[in-house]
Ligand binder design. Structure first.
Ligand SMILES: C[S@@+](CC[C@H](N)C(=O)[O-])C[C@H]1O[C@@H](n2cnc3c(N)ncnc32)[C@H](O)[C@@H]1O
Length: 433
């Protein structure tokens, strides 16, 4: 990336170029944010998230306005124009400012030969307004394969899923039950002037009317609450935790569910949290520290049990597998650019492998909760069905819960524009011998 004196929209264009090259926003945005003053950072974040969210719509418009694609070395200017179109179509920013600043940014990116093109394209876009989307990727602002897959998997719900994916997710909290009741924390929020309401299904969840920086949340630094979607919080209600249990969180980073487990019962015997990623595991410790909780952390491939397991089986295992993240696209719109259809089959193989391995270290009479933040059946109830073909003794528990769709082998939450993310849960028990 270029010098620190670059205009924000030029930095946004470089971030989007990096996403196109395969980096996630959570990888490439933090260093870009560091190049700006604190008060400018939220605006850069909004540009990068917003342009990613509407990428396929904006791409449809831009490709219609360009006579031919830009040369590869000039690709950053393509992204610069997408950022500008995002502002013209989806922000309150005055269009003359968008035009002037974009042309200036084009110069700052050392592409003075393209200022005429940028100016012409954006002037026409301003004058003519947004075109009717020409195809499904533009209409729904998703890649074609996702539109097709969702239409195929969810013939009655696919449009609602696509719309929810394009919405801004609410900010949801999990109150630390060891410190405050939900009612007490709602009262503290009201005192702080933060409008909020209890979540419908998660017992410790609170949804804010609008997002606020976490440092405005009462006692946040002291561990009073965490930011966590309502669907993710539901894991604890399914684990059926009891005193003295030995619990494994097999894919733990950044630790949201590990902490939810520990907060829900202070009397567990021990909680082991594993993650294969050395980069992500420290996040678990940071969250534990802030909440004043204790777990044993291990960096390992959970499936390679011979490398880390001490031979004592677990009463409870949470298996929150790596997945397409197709249920959390509204929080991570870069998934639309990063994920490929060809990722799903290898992911399903990893998921089934992890489930097999975790089953082998579950105590007879013990319970395993399988979770994904995906809406693709291939990663969800079909994994459970495939697993039960191999493990015919595995008992499928059907939890009596008021949420989600019964898939016959687990429950599916579809993303809801006004509340929770898309998630899947299945509960399995191992019979006593
Ligand atoms: C869906 S995320 C977990 C989110 C976490 N449970 C939470 O609620 O904060 C999946 C995690 O699995 C980890 N992972 C992927 N393959 C793994 C493996 N074979 N063993 C352990 N962890 C793995 C990834 O590094 C990633 O952090």
């Amino acid at each position: 990336m270029g010098s620190t004196s670059q205009p924000m929209r030029a930095i946004a264009a470089e971030v989007l170029l990096a996403v196109e090259g395969g980096q996630s926003l959570s990888q490439c945005l933090p260093p870009a944010l560091n190049r700006l003053a604190l008060n400018e950072r939220p605006a850069l974040q909004a540009l990068c998230y917003g342009t990613s969210r509407w990428f396929h719509r904006l791409e449809g418009e831009l490709s219609g306005r360009l006579k031919k694609p830009l040369r590869k070395p000039d690709r950053v200017v393509h992204h610069l124009m997408l950022v500008a179109l995002f502002q013209l179509r989806f922000s309150q920013q005055a269009s003359y400012a968008v035009l002037n600043e974009t042309v200036e940014a084009c110069r700052a990116l050392d592409k003075p030969h393209l200022t005429g093109l940028v100016n012409g394209v954006l002037r026409a876009a301003e004058r003519e307004g947004a075109p009717e989307p020409a195809d499904d990727p533009a209409r729904f602002s998703h890649p074609m394969w996702m539109v097709e897959k969702l239409r195929h998997n969810w013939p009655d719900n696919w449009q609602r899923i696509l719309e929810a994916n394009n919405a801004q997710a609410p900010m949801t909290l999990r109150v630390n039950a060891l410190r405050f009741s939900r009612e007490q924390y709602l009262a503290l929020l009201a005192e702080a002037g933060i409008e909020a309401s209890p979540t419908r299904f998660a017992p410790h969840g609170i949804q804010l009317a609008s997002p606020v920086p976490v440092d405005r949340l009462p006692w946040f630094a002291d561990g009073a609450a965490s930011v966590q979607d309502e669907a993710a919080q539901l894991c604890t209600t399914l684990l059926d935790l009891a005193p003295g249990q030995r619990v494994l969180d097999a894919c733990a980073a950044p630790g949201g569910k590990t902490c939810a487990i520990l907060e829900s019962r202070a009397d567990l015997s021990d909680v082991v949290a594993i993650d294969e990623s050395a980069a992500r595991l420290p996040r678990v410790q940071e969250n534990l520290d802030r909440l004043d909780l204790t777990a044993s952390l291990l960096q390992a491939d959970a499936a390679a049990t011979e490398q880390w397991w001490d031979g004592t089986p677990f009463d409870r295992i949470l298996l929150d597998v790596p997945c397409s993240a197709s249920g959390v696209i509204r929080r991570h719109p870069d998934i639309k650019l990063l994920r490929r259809e060809s990722d799903i089959v290898p992911l399903a193989a990893i998921q089934l492998g992890l489930l097999d391995a975790m089953w082998s270290i579950l105590k007879p009479g013990g319970r395993l909760v399988y979770a994904t933040c995906s809406v693709f059946p291939q990663e969800n109830h079909r994994i459970i069905q495939r697993f039960r073909k191999q493990q015919e003794n595995a008992i499928l528990v059907e939890p009596a819960v008021p949420w989600g769709l019964d898939m016959g082998a687990g429950r599916q939450l579809l993303p809801d524009a006004n509340s929770h993310d898309g998630f899947f849960y299945a509960v399995l028990e191992k019979p006593e011998p």
